[in-house]
Design a protein around this ligand. Sequence first.
Ligand SMILES: [Zn+2]
Length: 305
Amino acid sequence: MADNVMRKITDNLLKVYNYAFLEDTTYGFYKPNEAMYVGVRMTAKQYNCPKCGRAFTVDIRNDNDGILYFSKERIGEQKQVYERLGLDFPADWELMEKPYTYQLIGYCADCARRELGDSEDVGQRINNLCHELYLQDMLVSDKARQYMTDAVQHWLDGIHEAEELTRFDLANPEVLQELIWIMVLSDTEACEQALQDYRDALQPVLYELGTLLEKATPAWKAYTARSSSLPESMSDGEYHEYTLAFPADDTVGQDFYFKKSVEKARAEMFIRQPRINSIQDLLADAGFQEKWLDMVMDKANELTR
Ligand SMILES: [Zn+2]
């Protein structure tokens, strides 16, 4: 059982959140043609915060021989961003030949907190609260995963005789898994507290969202957080493997804020998704972790040595 198979509720929330607040393109299977796209040797992207002036650079993975395809509109936008930043945009022939840095202007997380955190604009406030909701959804699941691992560790810490483990058929994965689950289910106090904290955090957020959505227009423009570790399409409307810029694998995910259109119906869809509602939901969603098997086997080996 892989770790990621079990997280049904949080995986769903993550997908719907991305759909509601981040995604604006659809996937297409075709090779870009020269009439619509420009090949660019993109090696990095740089986030420029307009408030504090700091710049953050992310390396781009070297796929497709290092060439990514930009829509002509995107090239036009990049020229404007370069100009705003006081940079010289490369000549046409240089785009394919020389390393290109994609430039973005967006608030860093620190500045976003100061600039947008107290915004009374209805759309911005909805975005902020939905982001808070999303962070809480992920937090409770992450906490549960940690506390369940702690429960396994507490159980193992209390074992001092090899016999306490070896009397079970540890070579049988089903037996081992069931044994661990029983131990995890008998030590859920920390998870129950995390669930209570989650409920307490959600209640005022959901209440305020309810009143804001009554006032909201069918769509609005407001700043939305986007992680620097997500792939990004270099073409609007449609994307495919030739237009997607993937950050290098070791990229640290940092949020940057960009103004985007949000549809009320999508925001409502995110808010109405099923959420973790009981301790059973939480434990099932956090799921069995493969590393627990290793923890038990290591302990058994240590005691029989
Ligand atoms: Zn900043």
